[in-house]
Design a protein around this ligand. Structure first.
Ligand SMILES: Cc1cc2nc3c(=O)[nH]c(=O)nc-3n(C[C@H](O)[C@H](O)[C@H](O)COP(=O)(O)OP(=O)(O)OC[C@H]3O[C@@H](n4cnc5c(N)ncnc54)[C@H](O)[C@@H]3O)c2cc1C
Length: 199
């Protein structure tokens, strides 16, 4: 069979690209993924990540090792990467966190035209479906559902309170104007009704 596009790797980027391309029903896409379908219980249940991450056995995880690192006194570093439909988003922590604006501006200054913060922000807003709604930095009706944690543990609140008592400022939005401080992350989990990404 012939396809208009062949995408190798059904991870976050490949799956998103396939979904976007096939919004046009006339377009055919073959999405090739080396791992499984990503529907196993360890992928679907957030707690399963504790079993997936160590990479022994290598379930939905390439479980790479680096070459020996001089900075680690010759030891190898461990690099988990997802191996399933969904890619690393099948084994990740589901935190919704963007880079710092100066990261993108640094890329643009280094010659990556179109990657400054001002230029990438419209794409972040377009992709984001934040349950808190839209504002200058957030999107409210994009396909990637972003939600507050539903049942954070009391110790998480206590930690944030302790930070505040120690002059570490509170931050309720790490993708807001200021990324520093202590607070609870928003995520891209199933309770946010994720259409793409997340689990
Ligand atoms: C443990 C962990 C925790 C993370 N936590 C977070 C988080 O909380 N929040 C966040 O925003 N990001 C997090 N990330 C990062 C995020 O998941 C990745 O940046 C993102 O998923 C990368 O997308 P990608 O499409 O570039 O690659 P991947 O999603 O890794 O996709 C690559 C895909 O290609 C497939 N593939 C590779 N070679 C071949 C081949 N030859 N043929 C066919 N298929 C192939 C792989 O199996 C994989 O499915 C985390 C990542 C990890 C590993």
């Amino acid at each position: 069979m012939d396809y208009d596009y062949v995408i190798v790797g059904g991870g976050s980027a490949g799956s998103t690209l396939a979904a976007r391309l096939t919004e046009d029903p006339a377009v055919t896409v073959c999405l090739l993924e080396a791992g499984g379908d990503g529907k196993g219980i360890l992928v679907r249940a957030p707690a399963g990540v504790a079993l997936l991450l160590p990479g022994r056995p290598k379930i939905s995880n390439w479980a790479y090792e680096t070459v020996p690192q001089p900075g680690f006194n010759g030891r190898k570093g461990y690099q988990p990467r997802g191996k399933a439909l969904g890619g690393s988003s099948a084994i990740n922590a589901m935190l919704y966190i963007r880079g710092h604006p100066t990261d993108y501006d640094g890329w643009a200054d280094a010659g990556c035209d179109g990657w400054s913060w001002e230029e990438v922000l419209p794409y972040f807003r377009r992709a984001e479906g934040n349950e808190r709604g839209a504002d200058a930095l957030h999107g409210g009706d994009g396909p990637l559902r972003v939600a507050d944690q539903r049942n954070p543990r009391p110790v998480a609140h206590a930690f944030v309170e302790a930070c505040a008592e120690n002059q570490i400022r509170r931050n309720d939005d790490f993708n807001g104007p200021d990324q520093e401080g202590a607070g609870l992350y928003q995520g891209t989990p199933f309770w946010g009704g994720a259409k793409t990404g997340g689990r």
